[in-house]
Design a protein around this ligand. Structure first.
Ligand code: HEM
Length: 414
């Protein structure tokens, strides 16, 4: 029997209370191929699995424009962001990101800036009583990405804190949310002024840098981006790059729990293993829980009706831990990616489908490149992991290692 009605009881509070575990728990308890719920009063249908990825990514099925809640736009993405566009306007704006972030040269350029910032920072760690990996990585990534993007920076610390706050405040109604909104106001004003200065000739941006390309970008209507939207999209380049600090702290956690993995990453120059480690970090640890869009028309998925206007969710965290796709999904094991590279729509921490045609993250190559470089660098350091709170609460979105991953007595081997 197929269901077609949403339950009467709203699950918004259950989602807030359970976080990443909410959808996978609901799925385990249903005999149906979808999870049906009510969120913020709206009929919601959640899907998962590689075929669902393709169904969800098809613009004829699901649109994004009307689906993202205001609080998410006011913190994480920004109003008018590429995430909220569909059709031709989306394709033209997406091309801006793809031109900046894909291709071997673009990726290597950013990787070089970030690894240089990392090596410089690490040289000072042996003199310090302790280092909080999450915070240090945030500052290093901010320095690297702003340098690469042509954005002048006096002091990386406050910018890093604001960019981290944008991500950290996305899914909570409390003080973290308001901190994120203030950070967004500050950083949009800062970058909007910079774009205006570049256009007026009062400042220069290195040719081909993100600042230069965004300042000159023309949308599908042939117009330059207004300074606010230009700032929003510049933030959509630097903010998620800095968010890689979540995975750097997770890398510290994985190396602590798996000394054999640390040894192998440190001692071999095995590039394939470093990439496999990066994939496993992105699969195993919690970051984006699910994606949301709106059914464009009356749809059916595996015989289950999805009425026009329903909220459609794609369960990323659930899919990345689905025992039907992954052997022992709750075991951290980079080897699984040495045996076989992930299928396009199997490993979905950064969305799925075709990245040019759909909304899949254009920063996936950059993320993998940064983790493949920083993972072995971290593994080669010698340090102690003091007593600390290493829990990663699944009811906090986004989660993080509670302590930030503290290391002590750092030594940089010659
Ligand atoms: C989109 C995750 C890194 C830029 C997305 C999406 C997810 C995601 C889940 C949504 C996909 C969809 O809606 O179908 C992540 C994670 C990252 C990361 C977990 C690692 C920390 C990056 C980086 C950049 C970036 C490094 C840029 C330098 C973007 C942009 C979009 C996006 C611009 C919007 C694409 C669109 O709407 O077409 N990302 N991302 N991300 N990401 Fe990432």
């Amino acid at each position: 029997m197929h269901q077609s009605r949403a339950p009467l009881v709203d699950s918004s509070l259950a989602l807030l209370a359970k976080g990443y575990a909410w959808l996978p728990d609901r799925r385990r308890r249903t005999a149906h191929p979808v999870v049906r719920a009510r969120l913020m009063g709206r009929h919601t249908v959640a899907l998962h699995g590689p075929e669902a990825v393709r169904f969800f990514s098809d613009e004829r099925h699901v649109e994004r424009r009307t689906a993202l809640p205001g609080p998410v736009l006011s913190t994480l993405f920004g109003h008018g962001a590429v995430h909220t566009l569909d059709g031709e306007p989306h394709r033209v704006r997406k091309q801006l990101f793809l031109s900046l972030l894909t291709g071997a040269e673009a990726v290597a350029g950013l990787e070089r800036r970030v690894t240089a910032a990392w090596d410089e920072a690490v040289a000072s760690w042996p003199g310090r009583p302790s280092v909080v990996l999450f915070d240090e990585a945030g500052t290093v990534l901010t320095r690297g990405v702003c340098h690469w993007a042509g954005i002048p920076l006096d002091d990386a610390g406050p910018v890093a804190r604001d960019l981290v706050a944008l991500v950290d405040g996305v899914a909570t109604p409390g003080p973290r949310h308001w901190r994120a909104r203030r950070a967004r106001d500050r950083r949009e004003a800062w970058l909007g002024r910079m774009v205006e200065d570049v256009r007026a000739g009062a400042a220069t941006a290195p040719a081909g840098s993100a600042l230069d390309v965004v300042a000159r970008h023309r949308d599908a209507d042939g117009r330059l981006l207004d300074p606010h939207t230009a700032a929003v999209e510049l933030l959509n380049v630097i903010r998620p790059t800095v968010a890689v600090c979540w995975f750097v702290a997770y890398a510290g956690h994985a190396l602590h729990r798996g000394p054999g993995i640390k040894k192998r990453l440190a001692e071999s120059d095995d590039a394939a293993y470093a990439v496999a480690f990066a994939h496993e970090l992105r699969r195993f640890y919690p970051f984006a829980p699910f994606l949301g869009g709106r059914a464009v028309t009356d749809l059916a998925w595996r015989g289950e009706p999805i009425p026009a206007g329903a909220l459609v969710l794609l369960d990323l965290y659930g899919q990345n831990h689905d025992p039907e796709l992954w052997d022992e999904p709750y075991r951290f094991d980079p080897h699984r990616f040495l045996k076989r590279p992930p299928g396009r729509d199997e490993l979905v921490p950064q969305g799925g489908g075709d990245r040019a045609a759909g909304h899949r993250c254009p920063g996936e190559d950059v993320t993998i490149a940064l983790l493949r470089s920083l993972g072995p660098r971290l593994a080669r350091l010698e340090y102690r992991v003091p007593e600390q709170d290493l829990r990663i609460p699944l009811n906090r979105v986004p989660s993080r290692v509670r302590s930030g991953m503290v290391i002590e007595s750092v030594r940089v081997p010659a």
